[in-house]
Design a protein around this ligand. Structure first.
Ligand code: COA
Length: 355
């Protein structure tokens, strides 16, 4: 019995490899740093879906179809009830899409992510949704649907770097959930809804908001060491540091740090965060000399999404907008495997005679 399944290999994949000892993430043969520096969301969709869908078009045509699907799915927004948080809004909207195993289903899921996320943020502010523009890139349109303004190309590039960085990450909890559901042949929409349901838990996709809460609580560079020492003395975990799999620095943190550094730091927030990062790493190294605790993906995710004007309550949904590429690719890989996922359990309850 292995209750967290840490030592169980449950899939063979050609999609991505997480090397926790050496701090390497490889996605379809490429280091994540290379992809983050060079790819847009549409390129990552093509990279992950290639070989899993018959008739997958080239990147420009795929991008055009994703853009057209953004316009098509806008009608979903009016069907969703009031009072949902952003990630529940996205999950509920995805659940209304036609559920099958086709490329069209994957395209609609990818397209609906930004449309629903932006509409949910705006609804929370009492604002009407902004209709998509199929003729600009997914990342540029995502930011435009939030603010009403076509973003600076550097901002769209930074969002692309984020979405590409998180598009796949081995057999994490949400990807495993997607594969289990896909193995029943329920459809790609069901697989993605399973994925986002797993992702929304605080142990999986929920840390970047608290990173910003920590930076706000520290407030000034002068306050850093006292605040960090106090938190560690109370046994608190410092958000954005440490990882279950990576035993060295999370390579996604570096990929995002490069993307963040390209954005203007008008308020000095990024310089402040870098100062705090250094102080935390120094304190953690002193407290845990035997266990390397390094910066994880969530630290720079928080800074990047904040710099792009995304509110904290939308961070998990934005993560889902990138990871849906991985969920759909893994779902198709599992379907091709052709085996229902059905593990065993050990019964520890009473036997009929005792009951
Ligand atoms: N801040 C302070 N102490 C930390 C820490 C952090 N971020 N991460 C780990 N530690 C401490 C643990 O409390 C433990 O101390 P103990 O032996 O005194 O109990 C020690 O370091 C070893 O922890 P480890 O077993 O390596 O952690 P884990 O694998 O159980 O946890 C995380 C991994 C990610 C859950 C954990 O590092 C954490 O909670 N990080 C903060 C939240 C976060 O950033 N999550 C996003 C992850 S991508």
């Amino acid at each position: 019995m292995d209750s967290g399944l840490e030592n169980i290999v449950a899939a063979e994949t050609i999609l991505s490899d997480v090397d926790g000892q050496n701090g390497r993430l490889v996605i379809r043969g490429w280091p994540v740093e290379t992809l983050a520096a060079s790819m847009a969301f549409e390129d990552a969709a093509h990279l992950l879906w290639d070989g899993f869908f018959e008739g997958l078009p080239d990147v420009p045509e795929l991008g055009a179809r994703i853009g057209a699907a953004r316009e098509e799915v806008l009608a979903l927004v009016a069907e969703l009830p009031a009072g949902l948080d952003v990630v529940s809004f996205l999950r509920a909207g995805w659940a209304l899409l036609p559920d099958d195993e086709s490329l069209e289903a994957a395209i609609r899921l990818a397209a609906a992510g930004p449309v629903l996320t932006a509409a949910a943020v705006r609804r929370g502010r009492g604002q009407a949704p902004i209709a998509p523009d199929k003729d600009i890139s997914q990342s540029a349109d995502f930011l435009r649907m939030l603010t009403g303004k076509v973003p600076d190309p550097a901002e769209a590039r930074a969002l692309d770097a984020y979405l590409v960085t998180v598009c796949d990450h081995g057999l994490n909890a949400s990807t495993f959930a997607s594969r289990v559901v896909a193995s029943t042949r329920a459809g790609l929409v069901s697989a993605a809804v399973a994925g986002i349901s797993a992702l929304k838990g605080p142990l999986h996709g929920g840390a970047p908001g608290p990173v910003l809460d920590m930076l706000d609580a520290i407030g000034t560079p002068q306050n850093a060491e006292t605040w960090i020492d106090g938190a560690l003395a109370r046994g608190e975990r410092l958000m954005g540091f440490g990882h279950r799999v990576y035993r060295v620095r999370d390579p996604r943190a570096d990929a995002l740090k490069v993307a963040v550094a390209r954005l203007p730091d008008t308020s000095g927030r990024i310089a402040f965060a870098e100062h705090i990062e250094g102080a935390v790493l120094g304190r953690l190294a002193r407290k845990y000399p035997q266990r390397r605790l390094e910066t994880n993906v969530e630290f720079y995710t928080a800074l990047l999404l904040e710099a792009l004007g995304l509110p904290r309550e939308a961070f998990t949904s934005v993560f889902a907008c990138g990871r849906v590429l991985g969920w759909t690719a893994h779902a198709r890989e599992q379907i091709a495997e052709g085996r229902l996922v059905r593990p065993q359990s050990v019964y520890r309850g009473p036997v009929p005679e005792a009951a």
